[in-house]
Design a protein around this ligand. Structure first.
Ligand code: IPE
Ligand code: IPE
Ligand code: MG
Length: 247
């Protein structure tokens, strides 16, 4: 096997990678297993990708774990996913601390079931001083929800006479997004062969490099992460300029 890791340019590793972890259900179905086992198997990928990313110097890893649209799944699957979250966070806190991983979340988390919210808040609190990498779980997240939420906050401020519409800049708007304080992801990965964003980080990925792989999430590990980063490093990010302008 070629050593992919050694081909990665350490000076060009993305600061922030976002991943739409998809294909757990199909992974399980292919093996004749219940969908929920696919979700359980996806936890190993989260561990492996977080550690591989941290070793390379990635500072933020944002994982789409549950969208606002996912409430429309069969109730038993929603319940199983919420329980898996509780179990996983509780079970991982020690290792997160050992590995310097700070846990945070984006999305409408206050609307999560109380047990999930409680465990999530504990996980966030107990890992808040870690600095090696920040693992951001997108939970009850959707980009349209987030953008509307920010818009309402700014509209209230205008209404109260605290803000002029002409003072609403990109920077000010970003301060009201749930990702405030984080750099935008330079690389967005989606597993399972689907080539859509499914309401994930629409504002923040405006200039991200998109990487789609057919691999199902439970089969995505460190080698697959290296491949994605190598693909990213082989692209020319022009930001509207022409090639000759980039030195
Ligand atoms: C991603 O896997 C996990 C969540 C959305 C929670 P899926 O459950 O969407 O798996 P597929 O897409 O049905 O295979
Ligand atoms: C997107 O995956 C949400 C998460 C990965 C949590 P879905 O499997 O829910 O997306 P669609 O339904 O295929 O767009
Ligand atoms: Mg899916």
């Amino acid at each position: 096997m070629t050593d992919l890791k050694s081909q990665i340019d350490p000076d060009k590793v993305p600061q922030h990678i976002a991943i739409i972890m998809d294909g757990n259900g199909r992974w399980a179905k292919q093996k004749g297993l219940p969908r929920v086992l696919g979700h359980h198997s996806g936890v190993k990928s989260v561990r492996e990708v977080t550690e591989a990313g941290a070793q390379l110097g990635v500072k933020y890893l944002t994982l789409y774990a549950f969208s606002t649209e996912n409430w429309n799944r069969p109730p038993a699957e929603v319940t199983a996913l919420m329980s898996l979250l509780v179990e996983t966070i509780k079970g991982e806190i020690r290792d997160l601390n050992k590995n310097g991983v700070r846990l945070t979340a984006i999305g409408d988390i206050e609307a999560l079931p109380p047990a999930t919210l409680k465990t999530l808040k504990e996980g966030i609190e107990k890992t808040k001083d870690n600095q090696r990498i920040t693992l951001v779980l997108a939970l009850n997240y959707s980009a349209k929800w987030e953008i509307l939420h920010a818009t309402r906050i700014l509209a209230e401020r205008v209404k109260a006479g605290l803000l002029n519409p002409s003072d609403i800049t990109q920077d000010l708007f970003e301060q009201e997004l749930s990702t405030h304080g984080m750099p935008d992801p330079e690389l967005l990965i989606r597993t399972s062969g689907e080539a859509r964003l499914s309401n994930f980080l629409l504002w923040q990925v405006a200039y991200a490099e998109l990487y789609f792989t057919p691999v199902f999430w439970p089969d995505f590990g460190q080698q697959e992460l290296y491949e994605a980063i190598l693909s990213y490093q082989n692209r020319e990010r022009r930001f509207g300029r022409i090639s000759e302008q980039l030195s």
